[in-house]
Design a protein around this ligand. Structure first.
Ligand code: COA
Length: 466
C-alpha cells in the first residue's frame, strides 16, 4: 500500500509535526551605517622618519597620503562598538532588536572570545548571536553575505555587520613595502529584513588558497618552519606586493560582474562601486575592468590607507555623507585580500525600506512616506542597560565623557520626532574626531610614548637611521 503521508511528516507519526516557517524569501536592506577612526594621523612625511621612504613614492605607487593609528586605549573592539552605535542610531534600531552580530576582522583582541561577543556586551544587544569572521580584506562583504542569507530565509530579522581593524599593531614597522599601506578603523552596517523588493540583490564569495602565502599574518600556532625562514614573523604582516597587486586587478571587476549577473544587472546599471581601499591604482583598475567612468568608483584610500575589513564600510559611510548614494541607486561592494579571497555584491537602495533618519541623509523623503518610530524597550532591564551605555564604555572598561547630541538630533527631539527611539543612548555615537586636515596630529618625537604597544621607535628604525 502506498503511504499517503507526506515524506516530511512521516517522522512525526503519532505526534504533532512542528510548525513550518513561512517559506517566502525576504529582502535584506542596509538601513544604517557608521564609522569610527582613531584621531591620530600618521602622514607620509611622518613615515619618512621611520623607514626609508618619501611622500612622492607612496603617493604615486598607492595614492595614500595618511592613515589613522589607534591610541593605546583604542582597540578593535572599541572602534567596532562605536561604529556599530552610529549605525544603530542612524537606523533607529535598539540594541535589543539585533539578532546577529558579525565582526569581520584580522586583528581581534583574542582568538576567543570573539570581538563580536565583546561588541554584543558593550552594546547591550542581549538578544543577539555573535561571531567573528576571518576573510581578511574580503571579510566585510563575506559578513554581509552571511547576514543577508539569514535574513532572506527569515531566521534573522536584524543583523549588524562590522569590519574593524587595528592593523598598526601587526604591521612590521621596519618593512617599508608594507608599513606604508595600512591603517586602523571600523565601519558597520545594520541590515534588516523587509518585504520591499531591493536591498542586496546578489553576491559571490570566492577563494584561491593556493595563493595563501602571498599575504599572511602568522599566529602563535603557525608552523615553525614558516616562522624560521627569516621572512615571516609571528604577529606581523607579510606581503608579496606585486603578486597581490596582480591578483587584485584580476578579481576586482570579475566579482562585481558575477554578482550583478546574478541580479540580472550589468555594470552600466551601477551608480557607485565601493571597492576595498587597498591602493588607488587597484581602485582605478576597477573602473577600467567594468568599463565605467572613474568617478563611479569611490575612493578615500588617500585619507585612511588600507584598513582591511573596515575599509568598505568606512567608505560606504563616507559616500553617503558626501551624498554619493541616493534612493534608487544600484551600488556594488567588492573586497579582496588574504586567503586569497575575494567577494562582490550588488545592492539596490530602496527608500521604502529606509528609516526616516537615513532618508534625511540621502535626500528629501518621497511623498507619502510614513515615518517609523522604534518603541522604547519594554524590558526595564534592557532599558537600564541601554541607558548605562550613555556613558560609553570602551573595551578597557574606562568611561568616556558623554558628548552632546548631534544638531539634527537636538532639532528632531525639540520637534518631538523620534530620531533614535532609545533616548539618549545611541546619540553617544556621534563622537567621531574631526577628519582630514583638522584632525589632531601627534608629534613624531612623542611616537614612542603614544605607541607603547609597539616596540619603541629606535628599535623600529633600520640601523642606518638609528
Ligand atoms: N618607499 C620607497 N621605495 C620603496 C618602498 C617605499 N615605501 N617600498 C618599496 N620600495 C622600493 C623597492 O625596494 C624597490 O626598489 P628596487 O627597485 O631598488 O628594488 C622599488 O621600490 C619597487 O618596489 P616594488 O615592490 O616592485 O614596488 P611596486 O610598484 O610593486 O609597489 C606596492 C609596491 C606594495 C605599493 C604594490 O606592489 C602594491 O600596492 N601591491 C598591492 C598591495 C596591496 O594592496 N595589498 C593589500 C591587498 S588587500
Amino acid at each position: 500500500m502506498i503511504d499517503t503521508i507526506p515524506r516530511s511528516r512521516r517522522l512525526f507519526r503519532g505526534r504533532a509535526a512542528p510548525a513550518r516557517r513561512p517559506r517566502a524569501l525576504r529582502y535584506a536592506h542596509v538601513i544604517g551605517w557608521g564609522m569610527e577612526v582613531p584621531s591620530q594621523v600618521l602622514s607620509n612625511s611622518d613615515l619618512e622618519a621611520i623607514v626609508e621612504t618619501n611622500d612622492e613614492w607612496i603617493t604615486t605607487r598607492t595614492g595614500i597620503k595618511e592613515r589613522r593609528i589607534a591610541a593605546q586605549r583604542e582597540t578593535t573592539t572599541s572602534l567596532a562598538t562605536r561604529a556599530a552605535q552610529k549605525a544603530l542610531d542612524l537606523a533607529d534600531v535598539l540594541p535589543s532588536a539585533i539578532d546577529l552580530i558579525i565582526v569581520a576582522t584580522a586583528t581581534p583582541e583574542h582568538i576567543f572570545p570573539s570581538t563580536a561577543s565583546l561588541v554584543q556586551d558593550y552594546l547591550g544587544a542581549t538578544n543577539a548571536g555573535a561571531f567573528d569572521l576571518s576573510a581578511a580584506c574580503s571579510g566585510f562583504v563575506y559578513g554581509v553575505d552571511m547576514a543577508v542569507s539569514k535574513i532572506q530565509t527569515g531566521t534573522v530579522n536584524t543583523a549588524l555587520v562590522i569590519g574593524a581593524e587595528t592593523l598598526s599593531r601587526v604591521v612590521d614597522w621596519t618593512d617599508r613595502g608594507t608599513c606604508i599601506l595600512f591603517g586602523d578603523g571600523a565601519g558597520a552596517v545594520v541590515l534588516q529584513g523587509s518585504d520591499t523588493p531591493g536591498g542586496v540583490l546578489g553576491s559571490v564569495l570566492r577563494s584561491d588558497g593556493s595563493g595563501w602565502d602571498m599575504l599572511t599574518l602568522p599566529t602563535a600556532n603557525s608552523r615553525e618552519t614558516y616562522l624560521q625562514d627569516g621572512a615571516h614573523q609571528q604577529g606581523r604582516i607579510y606581503m608579496d606586493g606585486r603578486g597581490v597587486f596582480r591578483f587584485a586587478t584580476r578579481v576586482i571587476g570579475e566579482s562585481i560582474r558575477d554578482a550583478l549577473t546574478q541580479a540580472g544587472l550589468t555594470p552600466d546599471d551601477l551608480t557607485l562601486v565601493i571597492p576595498h581601499q587597498a591602493n588607488q591604482r587597484i581602485i582605478d583598475h576597477a573602473a577600467k575592468a567594468l568599463k565605467i567612468p572613474e568617478d563611479r568608483v569611490y575612493s578615500n584610500v588617500a585619507r585612511y590607507g588600507n584598513t582591511s575589513a573596515a575599509s568598505i564600510p568606512i567608505a560606504l559611510a563616507e559616500a553617503v555623507e558626501e551624498e554619493r548614494i541616493k534612493p534608487g541607486d544600484i551600488i556594488a561592494l567588492v573586497g579582496f585580500g588574504g586567503g586569497l579571497s575575494w567577494a562582490g555584491d550588488g545592492h539596490r537602495v530602496d527608500c521604502r525600506a529606509l528609516p526616516p533618519v537615513v532618508l534625511a541623509h540621502l535626500g528629501p523623503p518621497p511623498g507619502g512616506l510614513r515615518l517609523r518610530r522604534s518603541a522604547p524597550p519594554a524590558d526595564p532591564q534592557v532599558a537600564a542597560a541601554d541607558a548605562a551605555l550613555a556613558d560609553d564604555v570602551d573595551s578597557h572598561g574606562a568611561r568616556l565623557p558623554a558628548p552632546p547630541p548631534r544638531a539634527d538630533q537636538q532639532v528632531a527631539r525639540r520637534e518631538g520626532r523620534g530620531v533614535a527611539g532609545n533616548g539618549g543612548v545611541l546619540s553617544q555615537c556621534f563622537t567621531s574626531p574631526p577628519l582630514g586636515a583638522n584632525a589632531p596630529r601627534f608629534p613624531l618625537s612623542a611616537a614612542a610614548k603614544r605607541y607603547p604597544q609597539m616596540p619603541p621607535i629606535p628599535q623600529l628604525l633600520p640601523p642606518r637611521c638609528a
